[in-house]
Design a protein around this ligand. Structure first.
Ligand SMILES: Cc1ncc(COP(=O)(O)O)c(C=O)c1O
Length: 386
């Protein structure tokens, strides 16, 4: 049965395999014994390998050990977790924040707790898999609206039974397309139809907004969004996630979110690393400025080369290819040219929309980007894409 399923995946060019990485994530990494330009990580601000962030993780490990021992409700809550939550609440301008072991855990634990049987969840078609799984785990009814289509969402809100608890769920910045959710319109609809808005800002946190507070800050509507989730494994360079909101919300989730209650707390080192990352991020806004300058240079270079890019508004710049096999062979040619940017295929993206997902970070230099553009030109020409 397993073999048959694997053979089916292989026939459709959908098999996944791991590419060994022999150095920490950075602009240039060691893969297959070569120095490769990495255009794939979500470590947007280069904090995963920042000395201060590493030092903070080391000190927390020396003081508190490598593991938390149990769930925080069981064996006690360590200072790094508590301090991180205070720092995140201050950063997000909310009363409180609750941390989780990962973004996946945050989404699958909070959504079922926020809306239960009798309620309704309306989610964007391109929501991240963890949001979709969270919606499926909820006992509420679950409907999908077309990507960023607020008219479609409105029609579903109009059709719903009265007085039904309703949750609108969206990515703030879509992970595989790099575009933004129309948050002001979503928030307006939520208010008009007495629904709540849940944003997963995994990719927006640290990247979007004048202070990096995320997509809601970018649109100037932070105070209007009751449930803001973000991750610590992307621009924060560490791992984990948070839900920011009122103190009541945090107390409620602490008592109802199964992925908070029934799992060992993240290692104290991850929390300490995230605290240090937040400090560096706030002290050095020039990191975000470099990230955006790099994004502009690469985006305009790829456009000028003639690639079809998704309508990205962020450092995530997917090159749309279509077939899974073309995406794979394009990724392989890029690797031969010294660039790693992964082929993203179904089920991560809808059928016939396979792509190369290109990301930049603040740590790439102009010459890295120019080198990448030469590689894209060569690989794109040989794949017949430009
Ligand atoms: C939009 C989005 N939400 C949630 C997640 C899951 O976060 P984590 O990697 O921390 O589990 C990811 C990516 O991993 C993501 O892109």
């Amino acid at each position: 049965m397993f073999e048959q399923r694997l053979n089916e995946l292989a026939a459709r060019h959908l098999t996944r395999r791991l590419t060994p990485l022999h150095s920490g994530v950075g602009p240039v990494v060691e893969m297959a014994g070569r120095q490769i330009l990495l255009l794939a990580s979500n470590d947007y601000l280069g904090l995963a390998t920042h000395p201060e962030v590493i030092q903070s993780a080391i000190e927390a490990t020396q003081r508190f050990g490598v593991g938390a021992g149990a769930a925080r409700l069981v064996s006690g809550s360590l200072p790094p977790h508590q301090e991180l939550e205070s720092a995140l609440a201050q950063f997000k301008g909310t009363e409180a924040a609750l941390t989780f072991g990962s973004g996946y855990l945050a989404n699958i634990g909070t959504i079922p707790a926020l809306v239960e049987q009798g309620g309704l969840i309306l989610a964007d078609r391109l929501c991240h898999a963890s949001l979709i799984d969270g919606c499926r785990l909820s006992t509420a009814d679950f409907r999908i609206y077309r990507h960023n289509d607020t008219s479609h969402l409105k029609s579903l809100l109009v059709k719903r039974r009265q007085a039904r608890r309703t949750l609108i769920v969206t990515d703030g910045l879509f992970s595989m397309d790099g575009d933004l959710a129309p948050l002001p319109e979503l928030s307006r609809l939520a208010q008009e139809y007495e629904a709540d808005l849940y944003i997963d800002d995994a990719h927006g946190t640290g990247v979007m907004g004048p202070h990096g507070r995320g997509t809601a800050e970018h649109f100037g509507i932070e105070a209007q969004i009751p449930f803001q989730m973000g991750t610590l494994g992307k621009a924060f360079g560490s791992s984990g996630a948070y839900l920011a909101g009122t103190s009541m919300l945090v107390r409620y989730l602490m008592n109802t979110s199964r992925s908070f209650m029934f799992t060992t707390a993240p290692p104290p080192s991850s929390a300490a690393a995230a605290i240090a990352a937040l400090q560096v991020m706030q002290r050095e806004p020039e990191r975000r400025a470099r990230l955006w300058a790099n994004r502009e240079r690469l985006f305009s270079g790829l456009t000028q080369l003639g690639f079809t890019l998704s309508p990205s508004a962020s450092p995530i710049m997917p090159i749309l290819v279509g077939n899974a096999d073309t995406a794979l062979s394009f990724a392989e040619s890029l690797f031969t040219e010294g660039v790693y940017a992964p082929a993203i295929r179904p089920p991560t993206v809808p059928d016939a929309t396979s792509r190369i997902r290109v990301t930049v970070t603040s740590e790439h230099t102009s010459s890295h980007i120019d080198q990448a553009l030469i590689a894209f030109q060569r690989a794109g020409e040989s794949a017949g894409l430009i």
